[in-house]
Design a protein around this ligand. Structure first.
Ligand SMILES: NC(=O)C1=CN([C@@H]2O[C@H](COP(=O)(O)OP(=O)(O)OC[C@H]3O[C@@H](n4cnc5c(N)ncnc54)[C@H](OP(=O)(O)O)[C@@H]3O)[C@@H](O)[C@H]2O)C=CC1
Ligand SMILES: CC(=O)N[C@@H](CCC(=O)OP(=O)(O)O)C(=O)O
Length: 326
């Protein structure tokens, strides 16, 4: 029996990627697509390559009181735009919120799917992690679990592709002429992802405060991909870090522990995360690296993984496609 799925914000980058994954999913059937400005268009009008079975589905004006019968709803709206409306969705519809309104919010489970799948199974309200936290926390989790690094002394330097800003990011600073051949930091000291990264570091370490967290994103001229290079304090060896990661992610489908520093291209179009480590105990230094596709593990890929978990499906259902390379 198919699981009836809806996607709100389907015309955007996160929603469009969710559509692609849902279209190829063995148990999901997309029956509802919604948005704001795109309402009234068919999917094929927004996505000329939309699969034939979905091409004529018309995007509706998002209205939580006028939903068809649904089992799962993916919300991919700008952060700030979903909290009120999602509160009005009937309780029996399971929700995965790709936006930032419900991360570490009461009544919602923080959906860090590769790290704590058991906490997600059976839930009905899941907040997908942000794209930067997806890369950062996946790399840090094994080190924190084994207490190989100090939770209060972590510096995160991340690079992101421009699609992280969304299709509707639309202002000139994301135009081709502005980003091509350019590299710039932004959001220094106050990026919106800092609280969820800090909170999760504290949960994973089980002690202390992540108060010394430094987090700086950089916009780079590529379409997709995130690389987090994370500087930590700890006396672990490189081998201990790899051992911790291989144990932590043993048997997990989507995290690859790489002996080489990871490339963003390795993950493109997939739900994979790649993690790697280098450490010098004499210098009290551990470097952790994490790579994800911001629209894959950073958004729609992890959202489908979370939906699989809450629907009792195999975690990999609909997510076993290889990355696009080169
Ligand atoms: N891009 C990324 O890499 C990631 C994004 N996210 C988060 O996912 C969410 C979506 O991001 P992204 O896809 O990039 O953004 P886009 O700008 O590409 O898309 C935004 C979508 O939201 C819809 N929308 C906007 N306002 C409303 C409204 N009031 N009611 C209904 N629909 C509305 C738009 O619909 P329409 O066109 O019909 O107006 C559009 O489909 C954001 O919260 C973002 O922060 C999370 C992780 C990664
Ligand atoms: C390049 C770029 O602008 N990236 C976005 C990533 C946003 C994201 O992941 O979304 P949430 O709002 O769901 O947390 C940013 O830095 O805000």
């Amino acid at each position: 029996m198919s699981i009836r799925v809806g996607i709100i914000g389907i015309s955007g980058y996160g929603g469009g990627e969710a559509m692609r994954l849902v279209a190829g999913h063995p148990s999901f059937e997309l029956v509802y697509a919604a948005g704001e400005g795109s309402a009234g268009s068919r999917l094929v009008d927004r996505f000329p390559g939309a699969p034939a079975k979905l091409a004529d589905l018309v995007i509706e004006k998002w209205d939580p009181t006028a939903l068809p019968r649904l089992d799962v709803l993916f919300a991919s709206l700008p952060t700030g735009a979903s909290a009120d409306a999602l509160a009005r969705v009937p309780k029996d519809v399971k929700i995965v919120d790709i936006g930032g309104d419900h991360r570490w919010v009461e009544g919602w489970t923080y959906g860090l799917a590769d790290v704590w799948p058991a906490q997600i199974k059976g839930k009905t309200r899941v907040a997908n992690p942000g794209c930067f936290p997806a890369a950062t926390l996946t790399a840090l989790a094994p080190l924190l679990a084994d207490k190989l690094i100090e939770p209060g002394n972590i510096v995160v330097d991340v690079k992101t592709g421009v699609s992280g800003a969304g299709r509707g990011g639309g202002n000139s600073k994301f135009g081709y002429a502005e980003v091509n051949e350019d590299l710039a930091p932004y959001g220094l000291l106050k990026h919106a992802h800092m609280p969820e990264i800090a909170k999760t570091i504290e949960r994973l370490s089980g002690e202390g405060s992540a108060g010394g967290l430094v987090f700086t994103p950089h916009l780079v001229p590529m379409t997709r991909g995130i690389l987090a290079t994370i500087y930590c304090r700890g006396r672990a060896t490189t081998e201990q870090c790899f051992d911790a990661a291989k144990r932590f992610y043993g048997g997990r489908a989507f995290v690859r522990v790489s002996d080489k520093p990871p490339h963003t291209k390795w993950a493109t179009g997939s739900n994979f995360a790649f993690v790697s480590y280098a450490a010098d105990p004499d210098r009290n230094l551990v470097i952790a690296m994490g790579v994800v596709d911001n629209l894959g593990k950073g958004a729609a890929g992890q959202a489908v993984q979370n939906a699989n978990l809450i629907c009792g499906l195999p975690e990999t259902a609909g997510l076993d496609g290889a990355p696009v390379w080169p």
